[in-house]
Design a protein around this ligand. Structure first.
Ligand code: NI
Length: 194
């Protein structure tokens, strides 16, 4: 198993459109395993292939407290959504330490294929419905911050770019002094990151 690098907003690759999966081979199964490990390590409750720079329609989700209920969605589409809305304070592994309230349909039905290429349908509500919609957005190149006001979006962008520069400088300094520390590692956040 391999832990994959998660792209950080505002990386342009987060806006690529994912293409459908056509072969359900060993390579796909390995990517599913690696993405699951990456999500559990982060820790997060959902991860889209787009976030690890693989532009295929693949999403992994586990919203369980026990962290052993992995759900895999391949070529997913939302075939029904409720009129009723639900507001949730979303976060994202690609947008570290930023949260924002997003309103989405409260319930959705998603149709997808499993890792063997067999179709299934799932009716989701609550956090699972939020997560499914958030991850499917990633496959379409949309990051949740795009639902926030332009002012907020710009603030988030400049804050994250500044942080990235600080991290790069710190790593350079560490390299000069030959210190092996990863300053990008932060303590685990209890909140569910999507
Ligand atoms: Ni996300």
């Amino acid at each position: 198993m391999t832990t994959l690098t998660i792209l950080r907003y505002p990386d342009k690759r987060l806006h690529k459109i994912a293409r459908p999966v056509t072969s359900f081979d060993a390579r796909l199964k390995k990517l599913v395993t690696d993405m699951a490990e990456t999500m559990y390590n982060a820790p997060g409750v959902g991860l889209a292939a787009t976030q690890v720079d693989e532009h295929i329609q693949l999403v992994v989700i586990d919203i369980s407290d026990t962290r052993n209920e992995l759900r895999v969605f391949i070529n997913p589409e939302i075939v029904w959504q409720s009129e009723e809305k639900f507001v949730y304070e979303e976060g994202c592994l690609s947008v570290p330490d930023i949260y924002g309230a997003v309103e989405r349909p409260a319930q959705v039905t998603v149709r997808a294929l499993n890792v063997d290429g067999n179709p299934f349908e799932l009716r989701a509500e609550g956090l699972l419905a939020v997560c499914v919609q958030h991850e499917l957005d990633h496959l379409k190149g949309t990051v949740f911050v795009e639902y926030l006001s332009p002012l907020k979006q710009n603030r988030i962008k400049s804050r994250l770019l500044k942080e990235e520069r600080q991290i790069a400088r710190q790593m350079e300094r560490n390299n000069e002094r030959n210190i092996d520390t990863d300053v990008t590692k932060k303590p685990a956040i209890k909140r569910g990151l999507l």
